[in-house]
Design a protein around this ligand. Structure first.
Ligand code: PHE
Length: 337
């Protein structure tokens, strides 16, 4: 009886307690076995009563031991002789910044030094901010330049996933008066089939500079400085005439190929030039739409894809790598900060 109480009260606080319990009750010279030995000696009548008590006692002891063993099983360290406790532990990897984040940061830093602030806006936009304010007339074919994902709304005022961060330029201009000097990094969406060269979303940094007497020369020099900072002093630039509804005149800027391997070059197909951004002088209609005096103020805007800039910098040939989260790809940027 005394032992039954001891067993019932047994609550081990370590695996050593559990082992002591086993040694006391369950080994071949332990209490349980000993009691069974003594049991052989008692009279037949006593056996009848004691037999049952003894069996219950044994079961109780065994059950208690099993519970206790399970309780400490997970904490048990199974040391073998050959385990070398002086070996260093297993390291864990810290991860790395995404290449697009690295490059976005670099772009932002360059423009910050020129006095540009960072401005952000919503990814779900209305027609006004993504198109109309930017001089895309309704039904104008220029709207098809960017295949758009529309979001149907019950009240008929459909929304869209922004196709460029020019929408943020509109929001910025609506909210104040010049001078403006800002860049707009962000994710944009276009309804395109996914391949190595196109994706249904990508990232842009656009820029806007509005003040009195801002000229095309300012645009050229700003972008030239940017490219030299990013790709090195000997990078060359050239401007080709282009068309955007929100700038006039408009241009596309090429830079001298960053990896040029001559005629067989994958990046520029041997031409020596790669396109990197679109730009132009902000169309007076856009300024008027944002309540800015287009007689007094002028300015320039530009927009580039961060993916494109990153591809040129790191020679990445497949856009899909940026969104697949393949650790082997991402780990290559570990040493970059
Ligand atoms: N918004 C244009 C695009 O996404 C880029 C651009 C911005 C061009 C500003 C000119 C001026 O293609």
């Amino acid at each position: 009886k005394q032992y039954s109480e001891e067993i019932a009260a047994f609550s081990p606080s370590s695996s050593a307690d559990v082992e002591n319990f086993r040694l006391k009750f369950l080994v071949s010279k332990g209490i349980v076995k000993t009691l069974f030995e003594e049991f052989k000696e008692v009279s037949t009548e006593e056996k009848r009563v004691l037999g049952k008590v003894l069996n219950e006692f044994k079961q109780l002891a065994e059950a208690k031991f099993k519970d206790a063993q399970e309780q400490f099983a997970s904490a048990k360290v199974d040391l073998k002789n050959e385990d070398d406790l002086t070996l260093p532990g297993q390291g864990f990897s810290l991860g790395s910044r995404h290449p697009l984040s690295l490059v976005r940061k670099e772009i932002v830093e360059i423009f910050k030094k020129l006095g540009f602030i960072v401005s952000e806006g919503p990814e779900i936009e209305d027609d006004w901010h993504n198109f109309s304010a930017l001089n895309f007339p309704p039904e104008h074919p220029a709207r098809d330049m960017q295949d758009t994902f529309f979001i149907k709304k019950q009240d008929g005022n459909d929304m869209a996933l922004r196709t460029h961060t020019s929408s943020v330029q509109v929001r910025l201009m609506e909210a104040g008066q010049p001078p403006f000097r800002a860049i707009m990094p962000g994710r944009v969406y276009r309804n395109e089939a996914i391949s190595a060269r196109a994706h249904c979303f990508f990232h842009q940094v656009e820029g806007l500079y509005i003040d009195e007497n801002v000229s095309f020369a300012d645009l050229k020099q700003t972008l030239y400085h940017f490219v030299k900072e990013l790709y090195g002093d000997d990078t060359k630039v050239r401007f080709r005439p282009s068309y955007f509804p929100f700038t006039e005149p408009s241009a596309e800027m090429d830079i001298s190929c960053t990896i040029c391997k001559g005629a067989g070059c994958q990046l520029c197909k041997g031409s020596g030039w790669v396109e990197i951004l679109g730009c132009g002088m902000v169309d007076p209609n856009v300024l008027d739409n944002c309540n800015i005096d287009s007689k007094k103020y002028s300015g320039f805007a530009f927009g580039m894809g961060i993916e494109r800039v990153t591809n040129l910098k790191y020679e990445i040939k497949d856009l899909r790598l940026f969104s697949e989260n393949d650790v082997n790809f991402l780990a290559q940027f570990e040493s970059e900060i």
